[in-house]
Design a protein around this ligand. Sequence first.
Ligand code: UT7
Length: 320
Amino acid sequence: MTSRIIGTGSYVPEHIVTNDDLAKIVETSDEWILERTGIRERRIGIEEGTSFMAAKAAQRALENAGAEAEELDLILLATSSPDHCFPNGACEVQAAIGAVNATAFDISAACSGFEFALSTVQAFVQSGVYKTALVIGVDCLSKLTDWTDRGTCVLFGDGAGAAIVRAEETGIIHTVMGSDGVRGAVLSCAARNNGNFLNGKQPELDYIYMNGQEVFKFAVKKVPECIRQLLDESDTDIGDVKYFVLHQANSRICESVAKRLKQPMEKVPMNIDRYGNTSGATVPILLDELNRNGQLNRGDKLILAGFGGGLTWGAVLLEW
Ligand code: UT7
């Protein structure tokens, strides 16, 4: 028994912010952003927060799967930008969609969150604990972005993607996850409350920090490496993979991964031009687009792969 994706959904905020809009608040240009990242515009939630976007994506995924919320016995929500410390975002989605029979919790693995969540669902399904799960990748990084830092603020957007996963005979073939906490400082957001009545510390507000070049080097090495591991361990020929659905952080990273794997860009779809880097949501949003555009057929082999803060990385090989 394995877990199969039977429906997908996504949601992005209505408000579009173009590169030219950003050039009005920081010293940058449409030309620089497009050439260095592939991004033309991104969506920023004015009122739409993490749980709101996640619930919208979840409802769309349920509709797409032809499933009812009551059928869900597990909700895993991957985010590094929850609206609150608690209740967790998964419980808020549970309440919003009426998934009264589900156990719900969050997973934090930054941009690799969706792959981590899918791998966790797979373990639960294989062990027979749960049968029907909702997996969500969602982030609202606009609330954690320093809008005066041109090195990061041009990159991110808000959004959510979701998948309904059910225990079936075919579906996920293999998963790989990894972490390197020693190098965590190259991509971080240190907002925290370390205070109590003894140490007298106050809550600290902080924003995303990124050493872009270090993260870039990490990504172009680690993503092909973990995809090769996934293929080797599952004895799969790379030529049999129809699409590599990669984390949308930078079009140059996607191109470099394709080159290192000796795969044509037709097998590496991208939508970063429209949404920027929505962190844990990029892979499920892209998957939902492929699904709704009719580009996926039963039996197609796909690899989903992400990397990000932690540092973390993860990849999932599945049959559609
Ligand atoms: O999902 C999270 C993972 N994050 C990532 O995957 C991001 C990985 N890194 C990247 O995508 C790239 O490193 C960036 C897009 C962030 C930066 O591109 P880069 O080609 O590595 O640029 P750089 O940092 O080497 O900067 C080159 C120049 C610098 O100016 P000088 O020192 O050469 O005069 C920067 O100050 O570009 C400047 N610069 C900008 N110029 C205009 C940096 N950001 C901007 C900007 N607009 N927004």
